[in-house]
Design a binder for this molecule. Structure first.
Ligand code: ZN
Ligand code: ZN
Length: 188
């Protein structure tokens, strides 16, 4: 019998099912002709006059009737995403230890960044420190939002039901108290 996959293996499999453009666990994955699949939102961004040049392989696909929505769904990727999410959650619980989890942070200009934290018991403050190390945006300059809610420094990520590959949106706190909001996507 095959050895059981560890958490990291499952995360790697899940990565394959993520949209390689935005790294999001996207709700829908659509298939251009080349066979690489992406989320609908990203495909809209790269749609040029009804044609998609695949960011992975550069093959050009013509969209049916010029519309992204008319592409076939990649049900396999979506199923892998759902099942790996369940396995990751269960394995995290079973080991008792706070499993490492990766989060996606939306930064300036639509840029995305992955950060890894020690599970849902990590506080928002600790997450900010992690982001600061990777992005050069100081902790004091970060405001973090999840599902439209601002995260309070001393609360734990689990309090907000933030889990593996959740997408956090950053709003940068500017000098003089002004805020710049960027790339706040409604993401179910
Ligand atoms: Zn995407
Ligand atoms: Zn491709």
């Amino acid at each position: 019998m095959a050895e059981e996959l560890n958490l990291r293996d499952v995360e790697n499999i899940q990565r394959e099912a993520d949209c390689s453009i935005c790294l999001n666990k996207c709700s829908e994955r659509l298939l251009p002709n080349c066979g690489h699949s992406f989320c609908e939102e990203c495909l809209h961004k790269i749609n040029e006059n009804g044609k998609i040049s695949c960011p992975e392989c550069r093959k050009v696909s013509t969209l049916p009737d010029g519309k992204v929505q008319n592409l076939m769904r990649n049900f396999v990727a979506m199923r892998i995403r759902d099942q790996t999410t369940t396995i990751i959650e269960e394995k995290g619980r079973a080991t008792g230890e706070s499993a490492k989890m990766k989060l996606v942070v939306n930064l300036l200009n639509g840029k995305k960044m992955e950060v890894q934290v020690n599970g849902p018991d990590v506080t928002v403050n600790e997450l900010k420190r992690e982001i600061a190390e990777k992005s050069n945006i100081g902790e004091d300059h970060q405001r973090l939002l999840y599902l439209g809610k601002e995260l309070e420094n001393e609360k734990k990520l689990g309090h907000y039901k933030i889990g593996p590959y959740s997408t956090i949106h950053m709003v940068q706190r500017m000098l003089g108290g002004r805020l710049i909001l960027f790339n706040i996507l409604s993401y179910g």
